[in-house]
Every structure is written in C-alpha cells, then in structure tokens.
Design a protein around this ligand. Structure first.
Ligand code: SF4
Length: 258
C-alpha cells in the first residue's frame, strides 16, 4: 500500500467512514478523480454554472481570472506578487511577523484552499498549513484523490496575527489585493474556504460555518464551498464527517459529476 492510499484510509477510518457509508468511497481511487481535474484553459472554465450566493462577496474581483494566459506567465506574475508581499508593510501585522506567508502549491491548480492567517509554525516556516492542522489538510486532500502539490493553499492575511487572534477588518482589507491577485492568476475552478474567519471574510457575513456550508457560493467569480478549519477537526471529531461530506461535493464538482 503506498503512502497516499494509506493516508486516505487513515483519514477515512478517522471519520468513521465505514460506519457511515456502506459503499467503498470513490475517493479511494485517485485515478478515478484526477483525469477530470484538467488544467484550466479558458475563462469560461472558471465560471461553471453554479448557483450564486445571496451573500455579496466582501472582496469583489477587480479583474477577471486570466486562465487564458500561459501557466508559466501566470506563475511568473504570481512570483512577482509574492515578492511584493514579502516586503509589505500595509498593515500592523507586519510589525510582529517573522515571515510573510504568501501561499504555496500548484500555480495552475483547479482547487484552491483559503484559510484565515498564518499561525506560529507557518510564521516560522513561511508556508501555510504546516502544523498539525496542515498535516490533516494534506490527508483531507488525499482523501479526494489529490496530492497537496496539486492544489494551491493561501490565507486571507499573509502575516501572523499576534497571539493567533482573528485578523481585523482593516488588516483583511489591506491584504485583499494579494489574495485577489492569487485567485485571478491561478484561476481555480473551485475555492474551499477553511473555517469561519476565512468564509465570513470572503462572503461578507457573520454567519457560523454551519450556516455557510452545504451550498455553493461565489467569490472572485469562482464557485466556493465552505467547510470547517482542520484545526477545528483536531479539537472536535464530530466535525470530520461533515467536512468529508463537503469535500465529496468538491471532488464531484471537479470531476464534473456534481
Ligand atoms: S497582512 Fe498583508 S497587508 Fe498586512 S503587512 Fe502582511 S502582507 Fe501586508
């Protein structure tokens, strides 16, 4: 058994998959999912017919996604934006950070995860989702037949809020241009908002995660699904099942069957 499959099975067993669902999970076969997750090739592909959310996005796109540009060109521009962010002092979070955690992953990804902001370990390493919650996210990604390197992962704010407090609205506003550019250049087919803060920020509301998950939203012109933050799953096993259900929906959307 290879490491990826072992990780998927470990995650599925952790959420009590065998007790919840009788049929074998489709996600256990990455080959069944991956071929449908084709590289983005044109603008229409980032705007499939998904129902629009009633909630107005807090962060409106200033320009359309640019999937028609060659991937190398978009990756180069993304690197430029990352370099710009690395010296950013637009908000007070610059004062206490060790590193700017811009984002990581496939710059031509179909699936993008957006979290809230870097924690202590992320601040140290300069990478998002690298602590225990990040390891769980990697397993969740594996459970839908993908690898971490297949997706792109970023946060709403790129610098660690002191004491891991929630990012403030002015900090989110100061940082939103970077996130906007990331989404525009990567042009994912689906975004997953991880946790309450990321989802509230992206959707412009104050609803709990339980009210935002379960339906499709749209931000930056891209379909968005809300699910629980992996850190919340580490604290509460009961959230693993709904998270897995959310990720199945995302998997099916990417595969063109949902
Ligand atoms: S959080 Fe964003 S806006 Fe604030 S200093 Fe960091 S990169 Fe700049």
């Amino acid at each position: 058994m290879n490491a990826d499959l072992a990780a998927v099975l470990e995650y599925l067993q952790g959420i009590g998959w065998e007790e919840i669902y009788a049929p074998a999970p489709r996600a256990a076969s990455s080959a069944a999912v991956r071929p449908a997750v084709a590289p983005v090739t044109d603008a229409a592909s980032v705007r499939p017919a998904a129902p629009k959310s009633a909630a107005a996005p807090a962060i409106a796109p200033t320009a359309p996604a640019v999937p028609s540009a060659p991937p190398a060109e978009r990756a180069a521009r993304l690197a430029e934006v990352g370099t710009e962010a690395s010296a950013c002092t637009r908000c007070r979070l610059a004062e206490g950070r060790r590193t700017v955690v811009f984002g990581t992953g496939n710059t031509d990804a179909d699936l993008m995860f957006i979290g809230e902001g870097p924690g202590a370990e992320e601040d140290r390493q300069g990478l998002p989702f690298v602590g225990p919650a990040g390891q769980l996210l990697t397993r969740i990604i594996g459970a839908i037949g993908l690898q971490r390197g297949d997706v792109y992962i970023a946060n709403v704010v790129k610098c660690r809020p002191p004491g891991n407090r929630d990012p403030q609205p002015d900090e989110v506003a100061a940082c939103r241009g970077f996130l906007e550019e990331q989404v525009r250049l990567i042009a994912p087919r689906v975004i997953v908002a991880l946790g309450r803060i990321a989802a509230q920020t992206l959707l412009g509301n104050e609803l709990p995660v339980g009210r935002m998950r379960g339906s499709w939203h749209r931000v930056f012109g891209v379909p968005l699904r809300v699910t629980y933050h992996p850190a919340a799953l580490l604290r509460n096993d009961a959230l693993k099942r709904p998270t897995w259900e959310d990720m199945q929906v995302v998997r099916d959307r990417l595969a063109g069957t949902g």
